[in-house]
Design a binder for this molecule. Structure first.
Ligand code: UDP
Length: 503
């Protein structure tokens, strides 16, 4: 009888399918690079507009001779009635379009499947975003294992899952709580509290996506496990607890951002081209004293009202410290409102030489890892949180929505490397106007003073942040926890394939 020869890692072909949002795509490209370094071929499927953002990354992958392929599949914008170019969540002008976005995303299944069938090498496994539920169908057809990735930490996934279970068991308790009341998140290795007003954005803000959510839940059940962009030492007990909760395996293989070594990797991560602005910003930072500059960026999806953003800007100005402030250019008319406010306030004249305003995309990782940065004012998206931690920086936390309040609790209460600016309520996508201004200039100044302070507290925060960065670096080195977890993941795929071949 013929026996199948053992499968080697270099024969594997991992298929990666991210959700089209920067916070989901950037780490997937990093993961492709890590796998490439292990000589595993990867193919990333995405739409043309998203592919164009990662062309420089791809061209360096090929310079480094990494076996990473990027395949463009059409996005059915026209068919579902989405405006041209809305291929990424950061381009959606309104939450009303989310449903259409998910309809177009679903239509990507057929071209991805056809490409996989017609263009070798045959896939060995799929790593897909949780939201891309139809990959379950593809994995079944090709009889390959499938893993989920959704960009969150294990800590926050466990917290969200525990809250959800708790709320479903005690809905009357939840409805009896006032918005300002806090409650302890159940079942966590280290307890922490959230206000009710910080929760709703985590759970079902969009009732018209109920059918998609149900499909995502169903598809999640058939995955072989989860890939997490974090490291075991940071997750402290959550990995095993969450594995038990979901009954699936978890591999923490991060921080994946640490695989960006060169200046160019850092400069154009997640963006089309290295702009002159990015170069100018780094030159400007070169001229600043070490550890003095505040970097403020609220992620790729921030939609705070211009008046609220101005409070942040005024706080940066009033802090009397050098700063970089990133403001997003949206297509919804708010940009011009913000520009008018900036002009009236004469922000750029007031801070000439001391403030650097970036409109649009900032080279965030290049900035954070620059020696002149002293603290990071962040919205606590998981990627930004990890980037701050791995750059050894204390943080000022300004969570906006989703699981960001949970990340905030991790940074401030558990790791003790952050200071809160004091946001009490989650922003709901599409309802930002209702909230108006929640954080005033003086709160920004207070938080900056606190985080930059050289008193015992301040020094302790800084020291802990540097230690965490070191632990993150060690996790990805040969023999480190994430390095080893990735080896285990690869071995898992090999043994899964071997046992399926035998059947
Ligand atoms: N980012 C960046 N430049 C920007 C804004 C964001 O490089 O101007 C990157 C940031 O470094 C991070 C990602 O975009 O890797 C954002 O992901 P995160 O999870 O922090 O937040 P989201 O944007 O998903 O809310």
């Amino acid at each position: 009888m013929e026996t199948a020869s053992p499968i080697r890692a270099s024969e594997l072909h991992f298929v990666l399918i991210p959700l089209m949002a920067q916070g989901h795509m950037i780490p997937i490209f990093d993961i492709a690079r890590i796998l490439g370094r292990r000589r595993i071929t990867t193919t990333i499927y995405t739409t043309p507009m998203n592919a164009s953002r990662f062309r420089p990354t791809m061209s360096r992958n090929s310079d480094l001779d990494l076996p990473v392929r990027l395949v463009e599949v059409p996005f059915a914008s026209d068919e579902v009635g989405l405006p041209y170019g809305c291929e990424n969540l950061d381009a959606l002008p309104s939450p009303d379009l989310l449903r259409k976005f998910h309809c177009a995303l679903e239509k990507m299944q057929a071209p991805v499947e056809a490409h996989l069938r017609d263009h070798g090498p045959p896939p060995s496994c799929i790593i897909s975003d949780l939201a891309v539920f139809w990959t379950a169908d593809i994995a079944r057809k090709f009889d390959i294992p499938r893993f989920l990735f959704n960009g969150m930490s294990c800590f926050s996934r466990l917290a969200c899952s525990n809250v959800e279970v708790h709320l479903s068991r005690a809905p009357e308790y939840y409805s009896s709580l006032a918005d300002s009341e806090t409650f302890e998140i159940p079942g966590m290795p280290i307890g922490f509290k959230l206000r009710k007003s910080q929760l709703p954005a985590i759970f079902g803000q969009f009732p018209n996506l109920g059918d998609f959510r149900a499909k995502v839940r169903e598809a999640a059940k058939t995955a072989q496990g989860l890939i997490i962009n974090s490291f075991d030492e940071l997750e402290d007990g959550c990995v095993r607890l969450y594995e038990k909760t979901i009954g699936q395996k978890i591999w923490c293989i991060g921080p994946v951002l640490m695989y960006n070594g060169s200046r160019l990797d850092l400069l154009d991560r997640g963006n089309k081209v290295v702009s002159d602005e990015a170069d100018r910003c780094i030159e400007w930072l070169d001229g600043m004293d070490p550890g003095t500059v505040i970097y403020a960026c609220l992620g790729s999806l921030c939609r705070l009202v211009p008046a609220q953003l101005m409070e942040l800007g005024k706080g940066l100005v009033a802090s009397n410290r050098p700063f970089i402030w990133v403001v997003k250019t949206a297509e919804d008319g708010r940009t011009s409102e913000l520009e008018n406010l900036l002009k009236d306030y004469k922000l750029e004249e007031r801070t000439r030489g001391r403030g650097f305003l970036i409109r649009g995309w900032a080279p965030q990782l290049a900035i954070l890892t620059h020696r002149s940065i002293g603290a990071f004012l962040t919205h606590c998206g998981w990627n930004s949180t990890l980037e701050g931690l791995c750059s050894g920086l204390p943080m000022i936390t300004w969570p906006l929505f989703a699981e960001q309040f949970v990340n905030d609790a991790m940074v401030v209460d558990i790791l003790r490397v952050g200071v809160r600016v004091g946001v009490e309520t989650a922003v709901k996508f599409g309802q930002e106007e209702m909230l108006g201004v929640l954080v005033r200039e003086r709160e920004v100044v207070r938080a900056i003073e606190e985080v930059m302070s050289s008193d015992e507290e301040g020094k302790g925060r800084r020291k802990r942040a540097v230690e965490l960065a070191e632990r993150g670096r060690m996790a990805i080195e040969e023999g480190g926890s994430s390095y080893t977890n990735l080896t285990h993941l690869i071995q898992f795929v090999i043994s899964e394939l071997a046992s399926r071949r035998k059947m």
